[in-house]
Design a protein around this ligand. Structure first.
Ligand code: SAM
Length: 283
């Protein structure tokens, strides 16, 4: 009979083999996501798969694209909401918008945008500040399924009360209902918010820089990566930002002890908003 420690060791070996197999078979690289996150999600899928062991699940994943698709959705936690962590948006309004107002055009990259709520929140903020017309927002995610939802802009009406509260806490002073039309159990956000958004698939680990932005928002994504991978992704974001550009990360994420520490000034420590140093002494 195997003891608990042996079983845990075997599971960790199986997870490593599973991630290698996914990389070799499908080209998606989850090998540097944190073990605790991957393990939680793999065990969740295992329970629902009818398989007894992770090794058994691995062969199902290898032979059946649908099973891989389900595991992929599990691995990418897609939880999000409109005006999530309102302080981030209040601080953007106060500390970043005045800067953006001086630019002739604005490029924003939402990396890991999930189902799009964060991107719509940004579009609303820009509209209220008179900046939407000169902005292009690139919204990307590794997961095609969530991008398809984001592009539709249709959400369950049950979220609206909480989102309205977030909007108000984020400094919104209009009626949040101005931005959507309610239909049966859904709300459909206004098309004009989407006219300046480009949704596209992008994998932060394997794909290269694809724009140079004035503002990059990458919130609640780095949290799933180990230290080395976090640095690789932060370097990609850094390369994709103009000198003096702004980087926003999640409330539980930090630039401390990363490759960007010392290269960015803090604009809001609570809001986790940072400004890339320009390297010019007179700044
Ligand atoms: C928790 S959601 C965060 C959504 C939104 N940024 C927010 O804070 O509300 C994390 C998102 O990161 C995406 N993601 C995970 N790994 C990624 C990768 N390697 N490249 C791009 N997106 C990734 C997931 O698919 C998921 O939609």
């Amino acid at each position: 009979m195997m003891d608990e420690k042996e079983l845990l060791d075997i599971e960790n070996i199986e997870i490593k083999l599973l991630l290698d197999a996914i990389y070799m078979r499908y080209g998606y690289d989850y090998r540097d996501y944190t073990l605790s996150h991957v393990k939680r999600r793999v065990l969740y899928r295992l329970e629902r798969s009818g398989c007894k062991t992770i090794s058994e699940l691995m062969s199902k994943v290898l032979y059946d694209y649908e099973t891989f698709g389900l595991l992929q959705v599990d691995l990418s936690i897609n939880v999000t909401e409109m005006f999530r962590y309102p302080q981030f948006f209040t601080d953007l309004r106060e500390k970043v918008i005045p800067m953006l107002k001086t630019y002739p055009s604005i490029k924003i990259w939402h990396a890991g945008c999930s189902t799009g709520e964060e991107v719509v929140s940004m579009a609303i903020l820009l509209k209220e500040e008179g900046l939407l017309g000169k902005s292009t927002i690139y919204a990307t995610d590794i997961n095609e399924h969530v991008l398809a939802i984001a592009e539709k802009g249709i959400y369950d009406i049950k979220h609206v009360q909480a989102w309205t509260k977030n909007y108000q806490e984020a400094g919104g002073n209009r009626s949040f209902s101005e931005y959507y039309t309610a239909k049966f159990d859904s709300v459909i956000f206004d098309q004009d918010l989407y006219d300046h958004i480009v949704f596209t698939k992008h994998n932060l680990i394997q794909d290269k820089q694809f724009i140079t932005a004035n503002l990059i928002v990458c919130r609640n994504v780095l949290i799933y990566f180990n230290k080395g991978l976090k640095n690789t992704v932060l370097d990609l974001l850094d390369d994709s930002l103009v000198a003096g550009g702004i980087l926003g990360i999640g409330s539980k994420e930090s630039l401390q002890f990363t490759s960007l520490e010392g290269k960015y000034d803090t604009l809001s420590s609570k809001g986790r908003i940072y400004k890339k140093q320009s390297g010019l002494d007179y700044e």
